[in-house]
Design a protein around this ligand. Structure first.
Ligand SMILES: Nc1ncnc2c1ncn2[C@@H]1O[C@H](COP(=O)(O)OP(=O)(O)OP(=O)(O)O)[C@@H](O)[C@H]1O
Ligand SMILES: [Mg+2]
Length: 334
């Protein structure tokens, strides 16, 4: 039986899943066009799940795409030379892993190049990609970098400038053909000196919260498998109370279906939802902790959050604009 996943990325084999078909098609099209993309969205909104699904679909559609997945989380505070040394190792592992997944092996020339490659700065990274392109033949190299925010601050500038150079040079074949940068901080927030980002070639890709229809899609998979139905008002409340935030939707669904011990023959009704909601508000979670950190840093968040909690449509625009001002103050550290 599948579950509502709440620990990291979810997969269609093990979890109920929102297909996000329209967004996936759009994302894959942009990769095919050779775009350098940024997926910038808050914690636990499904970024990793999304690009993993996208890469699987991309390769299934056209095996000449050769995607690898990198993760910069562990690089925070590492010095640039060690960062680049480790990066080349990660790329090597990603390439070997991809060949294994396809049941094939890299050529000897490619393996010798990867074994001997040493990158210690962004200029050597440029040369590395140029050489790699000639060894990959007709395969289009795609790199997705998860947790990009972990890049050492002293390396971010050179790294982004190099990608920009590759993109703007438009040499054929472009290597990487497409790049996806995934993180919770936008490129502007990471920018070393708040001047114009060197990566102004990027294409921002929005990953919205789940719509009511998508919450229906998700809960419907459980009902199809188990037979237990949700009262329509439960589905609406679940969507409304979570704002469609992917993790929160799954956490509430999990409490309702696996923790409240509601007999599977009974429908899930509003009384159950109220108990789930109360339990959910009492528990620790990363999103609430993140809000608390922001409140401690700047008390104006508290007022804005209280207003959002008593949300009404008329004040929505003012709240959002206040929120942006507040966020800018926090980013500037005042
Ligand atoms: N397509 C989806 N269908 C159903 N639930 C999803 C989907 N994508 C994400 N989720 C929910 O969101 C949670 C977080 O997903 P994921 O780890 O992909 O997000 P993330 O944005 O990469 O998180 P983080 O900021 O921690 O890296 C999952 O555990 C699951 O509850
Ligand atoms: Mg993630």
């Amino acid at each position: 039986m599948k579950t509502f996943g709440t620990e990291g990325p979810v997969s269609p084999e093990k979890n109920y899943i929102v297909s996000r078909t329209a967004e996936l098609t759009d994302f894959i099209d942009r990769i095919k066009q050779g775009k350098y993309l940024v997926i910038f969205a808050p914690c636990q909104t499904g970024k990793t799940t999304f690009f993993q699904l996208a890469l699987d679909m991309l390769v299934a559609e056209d095996p000449t795409y050769f995607p690898i997945e990198l993760n910069f989380e562990a690089y925070v505070d590492v010095d640039p030379v060690d960062f680049y040394r480790s990066l080349v190792e990660d790329i090597r592992e990603g390439i070997v892993h991809n060949f294994q997944k396809r049941g094939s092996t890299p050529t000897k020339a490619l393996m010798s190049f990867l074994d001997a490659a040493e990158i210690t700065n962004h200029l050597l990274m440029l040369r590395f990609f140029q050489h790699l392109a000639s060894l990959l033949g007709n395969q289009k190299f795609v790199v997705i970098i998860d947790e990009f925010d972990g890049i050492p601050t002293t390396a971010v500038r050179g790294f982004l400038h190099s990608l920009r150079r590759i993109y703007l040079t438009r040499s054929a074949p472009q290597c990487p053909h497409s790049v996806g940068i995934v993180g919770v901080k936008s490129i502007a927030q990471l920018d070393y000196d708040r001047s114009v980002s060197p990566f102004n070639i990027h294409d921002e890709f929005a990953l919205p919260n789940f719509t009511l229809e998508q919450v229906h899609e998700l809960l419907g998979q459980y009902t199809d498998e188990v037979g237990q139905v949700f009262a329509p008002e439960v589905i609406e409340s679940l969507h409304k109370q979570t704002g469609g935030q992917p993790f929160l939707v799954n956490r509430c669904a999990r409490i309702l279906t696996a923790e409240l011990e509601i007999p599977k023959i009974d429908p899930i009704v509003m009384e159950h939802f109220s108990s789930a909601h109360a339990r959910f508000l009492r528990e620790q979670n990363r999103n609430i902790q993140h809000l608390l950190t922001n409140i401690r840093r700047d008390r104006c968040f508290e007022r804005i959050l209280m207003e959002i909690a008593s949300y009404d449509k008329e004040s929505a625009t003012r709240e959002i604009s206040d929120h942006r001002k507040c966020e800018r103050r926090v980013l500037r550290g005042i």
